[in-house]
Design a protein around this ligand. Structure first.
Ligand SMILES: [Fe+2]
Length: 324
């Protein structure tokens, strides 16, 4: 099996650095493998954010993750934004920088959201070109993350896993693999999450995200406000069995709990990771056939929920529910 991470370090299990935890983190300095910061929260010159960043850098290993690049948008990422990002990279000494496969706006308008992309061959080339240039410009390894989505485009000609794999290969960049996003997207669009995990090139995965979400039955919203669900833990182990050890981050961004709850989630991740790596060592899998089918079944629950509420599935009454 190929080595994961493009030679990048396995930092262990980290957490997102969030404001409600600043006080205790900086006073008590609990041991954490690493913290991930949202780049845009610290790109302003001076002020409180910079003060907090300096404290974080003095206490923990810091990895940068961005939400505003919009690499698949109709326009090139702005020069001023990229220069501020590069400045922050130099300050944090982050081992890699990531953002998302998405677009964020057009015509000078920034919509502050991770908007879905059509999976076309033209866009593969555009994003690969931009990602390669960006990595050169920043001077650190760059990775893109699969985003959760709530709609798809008729113009898409590739599966999402083909799209992200092709871009990563062409640009020679990493993939930040969000396992929760795999489940959310699979649920919302009727995809097979196991196939998704098994189709992404493991040697490209440089980091993993885990998070909780809100299941409304008819669709899942990627709220990052809850515990990771069981099928996502299963997908996490399946991913690690393919990659070997990879830096993993717990994202908890809303209804943020006490540190103890967050750390309990970190410990759960550690146990799942140990289990996956032990299976990998012996050439086996922690997911037998019934477990895989259980994950698939959980991701397939949407059609019944939609049908129960509306009497039809995605696409409207022209597409009656034919399968469970
Ligand atoms: Fe994520």
């Amino acid at each position: 099996m190929n080595e994961a991470r493009r030679g990048l370090p396995d930092l262990g299990i980290g957490v997102g650095l969030r404001v409600p935890h600043y006080k205790r983190l900086f006073a008590e300095r609990p041991p954490i493998d690493f913290v991930e910061i949202i780049s845009e929260n610290f790109m302003a010159v001076g002020g409180k954010p910079r003060h907090h960043l300096e404290r974080a850098l003095a206490t923990y290993r810091v990895v940068q993750h961005g939400v505003s690049l919009g690499i698949g948008g109709p326009e090139e990422p702005g020069r001023a934004y990229l220069e501020r990002l590069r400045e922050l990279v130099r300050q944090t000494q982050t081992p890699w920088v990531s953002d998302h496969f998405c677009w964020c706006g057009a015509g000078g308008a920034h919509l502050h959201d991770l908007l879905p992309l059509p999976f076309t061959r033209n866009l593969v080339q555009t994003i690969a070109d931009r990602a390669r240039r960006l990595e050169d410009f920043l001077g650190v390894p760059f990775a893109l993350e699969n985003a959760s989505s709530y709609l798809t485009y008729r113009s898409s000609v590739l599966a999402e896993w083909e799209f992200i794999a092709e871009i990563a290969e062409r640009a020679d960049i990493g993939i930040l693999f969000d396992v929760n996003n795999v489940f959310v997207t699979a649920y919302n669009h009727g995809l097979d999450p196991i196939q998704f995990v098994e189709s992404v090139p493991p040697e490209r995965i440089v980091q993993i995200h885990l998070a909780g979400h809100t299941n409304l039955g008819t669709h899942i919203i990627d709220t990052h406000d809850a515990h990771v669900i069981e099928p996502v833990w299963d997908l996490y182990r399946l991913t690690l069995e393919r990659t070997g050890p990879v830096s993993t981050l717990i994202e908890w961004d809303d209804q943020i709990p006490e540190l103890e709850v967050l750390f309990a989630e970190v410990e759960r991740a550690r146990r799942e990771r140990d289990r996956a790596l032990a299976a990998r060592l012996t050439g086996t899998s922690s997911l037998d056939a019934p477990a895989r089918e259980g994950v698939r079944k959980a991701a397939r629950a949407r059609p019944q929920a939609v049908a129960a509420r509306h009497g039809w599935t995605q696409g409207g009454p022209r597409e009656p529910v034919t399968s469970a």
